[in-house]
Ligand binder design. Structure first.
Ligand code: ATP
Ligand code: MG
Length: 275
């Protein structure tokens, strides 16, 4: 699905109201790495969309562009009806972004962190406390709610990261490997919660390296490799297409199965500043 035509056909066939429209998006980093190479796709409102691909395929780069953290080199993007590059503040207010890496204050407790985030999103302190309590219970962090984050295990920090992005009620949730490194039970709890949010109307755009997770959650997904979208469809459609039993078969079919030697630009800037 790599052309404007496919967007038009998606429009006419499914009559979806799109939360995300990406047309011919390209990102070349300084140092000349083409991380995203002329991709086009749409995500319908209320979809649970998976974005899969090997290490270095361009998933996080795409997600950072869609959430205004990174400027594209070329292309046209509309998020929740707002045009990227022209209405970035409106886009930011309408989305939540849980990214790879921990972003919370280590010298504060989970409750303090979450209440602060809730208030920054415009909730009252009481509303923020109530939402934080709900999330801390769901994510099995209630027993450490008043301890310093500094002393938490990696998995606890990861769950708290996720709680932070879930303090907000955005129209679209962008989640970059939200369950990376979590044990199976914690992943199941998070899947249930994300399904609930999706059923309530939140569009979810998810990257993951766990094929079982994508299969369990995504209603539709794209596989990206070397910055190019290889295929888009529902997990069932894709499995049927390649005659595979699992999504892993589909992934291997479209990307090959050897671990890539990723190239790293020697003068790569900080990924979280515009470049
Ligand atoms: N700030 C940067 N400057 C230069 N090159 C970058 C920068 N960030 C990422 N890259 C390169 O862009 C390509 C795509 O990286 P990206 O992080 O988008 O991949 P990814 O699909 O999210 O991979 P992973 O599954 O490992 O998270 C890689 O070749 C990477 O080395
Ligand atoms: Mg990534």
């Amino acid at each position: 699905m790599n052309s404007i035509n496919s967007i038009n056909s998606a429009n006419s066939e499914q009559k979806l109201e799109h939360s995300i429209v990406v047309e011919r998006l390209t990102k070349v980093y300084k140092g000349n790495t083409k991380a995203v190479n002329d991709i086009s796709f749409t995500v319908g409102q209320g979809e649970f969309f998976g974005f899969l691909g090997p290490n270095g395929a361009g998933k996080s780069t795409t997600m950072k562009i869609l959430s205004t953290l990174l400027t594209p080199t070329k292309g046209h993007v509309v998020i929740n009806g707002y045009e990227l590059g022209k209405q970035d503040n409106e886009i930011r207010k309408s989305i939540g972004f849980g990214m790879q890496g921990v972003t919370l204050d280590d010298l504060a407790t989970p409750m303090e962190n979450l209440v602060l985030i809730g208030v920054l999103y415009g909730r009252t302190t009481n509303e923020s406390r109530a939402r934080a309590e709900e999330l801390l219970k769901i994510l099995s962090l209630n027993h450490v709610r008043d301890r310093w984050v500094k002393n938490f295990s990696g998995g606890m920090k990861r769950r708290l990261d996720l709680a932070a992005v879930l303090m907000h009620d955005p129209k679209i949730l962008f989640l970059d490997e939200p369950t990376e490194g979590l044990d199976p039970a914690a992943r199941r709890v998070i899947w249930d919660y994300l399904r609930k949010r999706n059923t309530e109307g939140t569009t979810i755009f998810l990257t993951t390296h766990y094929m079982d997770e994508a299969d369990a959650l995504a209603t539709r997904l794209s596989i990206i490799d070397h910055g190019t979208i290889m295929i888009t469809g529902s997990p069932a459609e894709l499995k049927k297409k390649v005659g595979g039993k699992t999504l892993e078969d589909v992934f291997i079919h479209y990307t090959g199965h050897t671990i890539r030697e990723e190239e790293i630009s020697t003068n790569a800037p900080d990924p979280y500043i515009h470049s």
